[in-house]
Design a protein around this ligand. Structure first.
Ligand SMILES: Nc1ncnc2c1ncn2[C@@H]1O[C@H](COP(=O)(O)OP(=O)(O)OP(=O)(O)O)[C@@H](O)[C@H]1O
Ligand SMILES: [Mg+2]
Length: 375
């Protein structure tokens, strides 16, 4: 879509936050060697922000952004970081995209076209060290040298470090490298699990404690809701969505932009302007209910009942809850059984721990479960 072309769909509505990104860069600049951890729940736009706001802001500041998702490589997060750095280094060394990495290696090995290709002095350089910690250090240094400027290392879902078997020593490595190379690299982390982050910060020996500054990541706000309302107005001349009601709904669904957009799309399709009714309509739509039922059916009956109890705001370990759980045929509810159920539900991302205690990850799913009533 070109800039002056009118917006065509709700899906194209995007909010960019360059000023927020710049403010985070300024925070990093003020404390060299100390990473910034942006904390926020699932689906509120952390990755989108790194990709669409942090990376461009970093480039504008002549930094080289490098992104790695640690959740994707939970079992080997340090390798994931190294891999991202290596990819970026490759891109710098072989700018012409049609050459490609495979070709580069082959050419170097065969040594035929080597002279005509601008591969710099790479073949003469010492190989990178094999062990991950040393490799990280060498890669950061080499990459900053090559770029002739600072790197912005963006690590998404950093709490995955705490879950990896070798977590404590990896955190120590990361911390040491970020500190030692503070003139070459800044780092911004995201985290979506409060529990995971706390564990990360307090891991044995506490190498991360007081090291990373944790700040609450800003949710999208009126700027996003206004764009939705504007577009709604364009599609339905004469109809208007109230900002106050949009705000209320956005809060209810946990500040998740994609979800909010879906709600407004549904309202648009149905010609609804009452946002509250729109949310209800969306929640009870066959499509959404099917997704939730599938999720519910993927867990066993006992866990389902624990989930419903939590959704209804009952203390899961209370006597009253155990009584309700007894109604499930064949279940012999005990505190230990409920606990292990909660752990399971947390592991698969349905429950999460917040300052308010253990709650459902998706507030709308919670509201739906409440409508289902007692198990
Ligand atoms: N600034 C934005 N403007 C418009 N839509 C956005 C914006 N940020 C996020 N979204 C929408 O919300 C969806 C979820 O965003 P994103 O994946 O960045 O969230 P997240 O917090 O990283 O979630 P997860 O916990 O799943 O990693 C995106 O696919 C996008 O559709
Ligand atoms: Mg993400």
């Amino acid at each position: 879509m070109s800039d002056n072309e009118a917006m065509k769909t709700f899906d194209e509505i995007e909010v960019r936050r360059p000023a927020l990104a710049r403010s985070y860069l300024a925070l990093l600049e003020a404390q060299p060697g100390r990473p910034l951890t942006l904390f926020a729940p699932r689906r509120v736009g952390k990755t989108f922000f790194l990709d669409h706001d942090m990376a461009p802001a970093a480039k504008a500041a002549r930094m080289l952004p490098v992104y790695a998702d640690l959740w994707l490589y939970k079992s080997a997060p340090l390798e994931a970081i190294n891999h991202a750095l290596e990819e970026t280094l490759d891109d710098l060394l072989v700018p012409a995209s049609n050459i490609g990495k495979v070709a580069k290696t082959r050419v170097t090995k065969i040594g035929v076209l080597g002279a005509s290709l601008d591969l710099g002095d790479e073949p003469e350089r010492r190989a990178l060290p094999e062990p991950s910690p040393l490799r990280l250090d060498a890669l950061v240094t080499r990459l900053a040298e090559q770029h002739k400027g600072k790197i912005l290392l963006m690590l998404d879902e950093v709490q995955a470090l705490a879950d990896s078997p070798d977590g404590a020593s990896m955190i120590a490595t990361l911390r040491a490298v970020l500190h030692k190379r503070r003139n070459s690299v800044s780092a911004v982390f995201t985290g979506s699990s409060q529990e995971g982050l706390t564990r990360l910060m307090n891991t044995a020996g506490a190498p991360m404690y007081q090291f990373a500054q944790i700040i609450d990541f800003h949710f999208l706000g009126d700027e996003f809701l206004q764009l939705l309302a504007e577009h709604f107005g364009q599609v339905h001349p004469g109809k208007k969505l109230g900002l106050a009601e949009l705000r209320e709904a956005f809060q209810k669904i946990g500040f998740r932009p994609a979800l909010m957009r879906d709600v407004v799309k549904t309202m648009s399709a149905e010609g609804l302007t009452d946002v509250k009714r729109g949310v209800e309509y969306y929640m009870t739509s066959g499509h959404q209910v099917a997704i939730w039922m599938a999720l519910l059916n993927s867990i066993d009956v006992f866990d389902q009942a624990v989930l419903v109890a939590i959704a209804q705001g009952q203390p899961p370990l209370s006597r009253a809850t155990l009584k309700v759980l007894e109604l499930i045929p064949g279940s012999k509810p005990t505190i230990a059984k409920v606990r292990s159920s909660i752990e399971k539900l947390k592991r698969n991302g349905i429950l999460s721990k917040t300052t308010a205690g253990t709650t459902l990850d998706d507030p709308l799913f919670a509201a739906y479960l409440v409508t289902l009533g007692a198990p």
